[in-house]
Design a protein around this ligand. Structure first.
Ligand SMILES: [Zn+2]
Length: 484
């Protein structure tokens, strides 16, 4: 066999360890790892990775593509989002089928996303979502599970659009136990959000420069407490999206110590931006919920990121442009919330992790392994996405050649997302992808981006406990991944 591709002489980084090796790729999968002391195996193409690290392709567990919320729709489609993802070293994205209101069913919302995902350049998996319980939901969730959609997003806030009431949340948690699924939860205490926002409005403090005052840390932590009680009552595994306070993360840590099956996700923006952005010249660049926190909160969150208390870093990518952001910046209740970030997740998260760990020179093997866990391996394992997150024979050839020393300054206009700004504009960040391989194809190298066309696959997920308990050979697991 002559291989399709070899990445030669790289430092191969898995979350379980590093080694100097040549990565041999054939038919879209990793065929072998050959010790770097051996000759480079023959191949159609050899990429020299000497002096650089090779990471498993990024898995972004939290992206919103073509999302409609109220009267706003995000501006990118799967072709654009997946292209930007690949530019940023992410080779698999997980999107959500969220009903736009109670007239759309969870099943309709998810099937619509499977259709739209046909344009994707990278692999795609999906979460479902339930916003209102009715007697048809159990059968719909069974059908979603059969399609490989094994998690359900629940919003504890967003009154009038995507909020699920507590009866719905409890019933869905029971269903996740029955169907071996995972609950994805946006935790903010809705009554407190509404009360605090109304009080701000009455005081004339409702423009974007006051966003952080309308949703204090306690609003998030109160909701995490409530959901943890429901997780304990039902026994359901729960994944908290975008945790932004150390208090919220510590509640997860304590729940895990009691034996609950709970995960903590944060997002790049909560690690490097603080609430000073709301008194900057362009506060509308930073409209998202939860909002940015105080500098002390950010510093404490970064310590949790570095000490392993946080399990994944996801972008929560939501692509609105400045016209949409500015239209109603006088009233945070009327603005579209969410930040573009699928392309910048790798350098923002790596820079934050290295800084929090106090590593400013050549990164240690331990730091690189931890980064692989947060960026790829953890999201692939927790979300039970087969064939992803590990560089080993039989796994998908999703690979990133990465130079942890390369520093670039972010220029929002030079990125590839469907918008005209980046909340990280002007930031100097370390650790950018230099070569990206997706499904065995080199899509990014020193010459630039090579559009592979709509080759992304819809990747059915396994059950949550099924993936955690069994250890099938990768080739068996991979049989589930089919072209859309
Ligand atoms: Zn989100």
């Amino acid at each position: 066999m002559r291989a399709d591709l070899v990445l030669a002489h790289g430092l191969v980084v898995n979350s379980s360890g590093t080694r100097q090796a040549h990565v041999v790729v054939h038919d879209g999968r990793v065929a072998a790892l050959v010790d770097a002391a051996e000759p480079v195996p023959g191949a159609e193409r050899v990429v020299d990775a000497a002096g650089r690290a090779i990471l498993p392709g990024g898995v972004d567990g939290h992206c919103h593509v073509a999302q409609v919320t109220g009267r706003y729709r995000t501006l990118d489609d799967f072709a654009v989002t997946s292209t930007a993802a690949l530019w940023g070293g992410t080779t698999t994205i997980l999107d959500f089928g969220i009903p736009r209101d109670t007239s759309e069913t969870p099943l309709e919302a998810a099937k619509n996303k499977i259709e739209l995902a046909r344009d994707s350049r990278c692999d795609v998996a999906l979460h479902g979502s339930v916003i209102q319980w009715d007697e048809t939901v159990p059968a719909q969730l069974e059908e979603l599970a059969a399609l490989g959609i094994r998690s359900v997003k629940l919003y504890m806030t967003n009154r009038g659009t995507t909020i699920a009431d507590n009866d719905t949340v409890l019933k869905v948690l029971h269903e996740m136990v029955r169907l071996d699924g995972l609950a994805y939860v946006h935790a903010e205490h809705d009554a407190m959000v509404v009360d605090c926002t109304e009080r701000s409005a009455e005081a004339g403090r409702i423009g974007i420069e006051h966003l952080h005052e309308t949703r204090p840390n306690l609003v998030e932590e109160a909701s995490v407490r409530e959901v943890l009680a429901m997780a304990e009552y039902t026994g359901a595994p729960v994944y908290f999206v975008h945790q932004s306070t150390p208090g919220a993360v510590d509640l997860v840590t304590a729940a895990r110590a009691r034996g609950l099956d709970i995960h903590s996700e944060t997002c790049p923006h909560y690690l490097v931006l603080d609430d000073g952005v709301y008194s900057s010249r362009f506060p509308e660049w930073f409209a998202c919920c939860p909002p940015m926190r105080s500098p002390e909160t950010v510093a404490a969150l970064r310590r949790r990121f570095a000490d392993g208390s946080i399990h994944t870093v996801s972008s929560d990518h939501s692509c609105y442009d400045l016209t949409q952001k500015r239209e109603r910046k006088d009233d945070v209740r009327q603005m579209p919330h969410g930040l573009p970030g699928v392309e910048t997740r790798m350098p923002v998260a790596f820079t934050a992790l290295a800084d929090a760990a106090g590593e400013h020179g050549t990164p240690s093997a331990g730091l690189l392994e931890h980064f692989a866990e947060l960026f790829s391996t953890g999201p692939a394992r927790i979300n039970a996405v087969p064939g992803k997150g590990i560089i080993a024979p039989g796994y998908d050839a999703d690979l990133v050649v990465f130079d942890p020393a390369e520093t670039r300054t972010v220029s929002g206009g030079a990125l590839h997302m469907g918008t005209d700004f980046s909340p990280f504009d002007g930031k100097e960040l370390r650790g950018w992808p230099q070569v990206v391989v997706a499904g065995g194809r080199v899509v990014l190298d020193e010459e630039g981006f090579h559009d592979p066309g709509p080759v992304g696959r819809f990747t059915p997920r396994l059950g949550y406990r099924e993936a955690a308990s069994d250890n099938p050979r990768p080739a068996v697991r991979l049989a589930a991944a089919e072209r859309i």
